[in-house]
Design a protein around this ligand. Structure first.
Ligand code: F6R
Length: 237
């Protein structure tokens, strides 16, 4: 695992874009694993800025998102489908048929997404306060596949800011940790001091109570944090 501590969110996002650029320049048909949430928004803005300035084309990539709320219509403004289009896809040239976002609320829907999935050349990840990756909450087996999850109170609380006037969804469909680990390379981004404990816990050794610690077994993981999220990383890393 390589760890980069950048001075702030802007620097972190630029560094993350360098890795994205390297991947897509080397292989224009790359399979990209994508995440939602606030952490990768800066990276996505860098991708759009570069693309609009005549940089990279994404017309030949294929994308697979990590997760989606199960009990929310796709066209809801807070669905991950809406988020990805607003924050990234509307600004790039990826054909709609090359974009995959899980949907559905049954294990059968999950199995279908699993069959579609191709291992990512580059998988983007954020990390939850409890160390979750995708919606794999503490205790999820490290070899899990796409499945339906009931969200923890902590995760629902964290997502409440997006649902001021209605109930936060209870269920999600998510790629499993086993799917995530199949990626060739994984890039995890985290910013802000409220993520510092999760990052420190991830580094303590593999522990099913900290889903992100599964990444310690992967041969090519890049972690980019800002000074806040990196503030509890022990010296030896
Ligand atoms: C989103 C996802 C989640 C988020 C995590 C951090 O697709 O998979 O694991 O990455 O909840 O969210 P933010 O970045 O909003 O702090």
């Amino acid at each position: 695992m390589k760890i980069f501590i950048e001075k702030d969110y802007d620097a972190l996002s630029k560094k993350a874009f360098e890795i994205m650029k390297e991947t897509v320049s080397k292989n224009p048909q790359a399979v990209l694993g994508l995440a939602t949430g606030s952490s990768p928004i800066g990276l996505y803005q860098e991708m759009i800025r570069d693309h609009k300035n005549g940089g990279l084309s994404y017309k030949d990539v294929t994308t697979f998102n990590l997760d989606e709320y199960a009990d929310l219509p796709k066209d809801h403004p807070e669905s991950y489908y809406s988020f990805m289009h607003t924050q990234l896809f509307d600004g790039l040239d990826i054909p709609e048929e090359s974009i995959h976002i899980p949907e559905g609320e049954t294990e059968e829907d999950a199995r279908r997404y699993d069959e579609l999935l191709k291992p990512a050349d580059l998988q983007i990840l954020g990390i939850g306060h409890n160390g979750h990756i995708g919606f794999n909450e503490p205790g999820t087996p490290f070899d899990s596949h796409t499945h339906i999850v009931e969200l923890t109170e902590r995760t629902r609380e964290a997502n409440k800011r997006f649902f001021p006037d209605e109930e936060v969804p209870r269920f999600a469909i998510t790629q499993g940790i086993g799917n995530i680990l199949k990626a060739d390379r994984i890039l995890l981004v985290a910013s802000g001091v409220d993520k510092a404990q999760a990052i420190a816990d991830m580094l303590k050794g593999e522990n099913p109570e900290v889903p992100a610690s599964a990444l310690l077994s992967h041969p090519d993981v890049i972690v980019i944090v800002d000074e806040g999220a990196g503030s509890l990383i022990p010296e030896k890393n």
